[in-house]
Ligand binder design. Sequence first.
Ligand SMILES: [Zn+2]
Ligand SMILES: [Zn+2]
Length: 213
Amino acid sequence: MIRVEQHTFNPFQENTFLIYDETKEALVVDPGCYFPEEKERFKALVKSKGLNLKGIISTHSHLDHVFGNHFVMNEFNVGLTIHKEDLQTLQLLKFTADKYGIPDVEESPLPTSFIKEGEQIKFGNSVLEVVFVPGHAPGHIAFISHEDKFVINGDCLFQRSIGRTDLPGGNMEQLLKSIRTQLFTLPDDYVVYCGHGPSTTVGDEKANNPFLN
Ligand SMILES: [Zn+2]
Ligand SMILES: [Zn+2]
């Protein structure tokens, strides 16, 4: 069974997810730790639970979701997996951080592998399915556990809201289509973990999300 821990980091209040199962093998989704104390807190978390961190997987490469890439990759000697369509965004990290006036951002190392829709991510005894959900970012993907009934969906769908589409590569029509075809087709009881704010469920958002009614 996969345990999902949500930790909120950086000035954008981004949710980083540490996921692991009974084998203690772990992955981190979107490490957003930015301030030195956030990086230390993340490191202490992994150590205190005795986890064997196997890698980083990114829902997308907006700055708030990749601030911690450099630290985590170096500290734990792990790789980074993203969708190819978000490589350019990742490479523009410093440039974008300058634009937002955010100092002391460490450049992300390049990805060590690319992944796309239909593929699986394996760790410990667990498996995640990858779906492609562009619209908020061009290479946005989400990670589904059918066994444990959840999806980690980054900045696609939020509780009663959706991701912004005014950033480069954003497209409102595409985002709504991604949510309808890739997320709302999941069973109602699946938990939806979001890149910002609290988690929700597929059924709850189908019934109550004002952007999709
Ligand atoms: Zn984003
Ligand atoms: Zn975000």
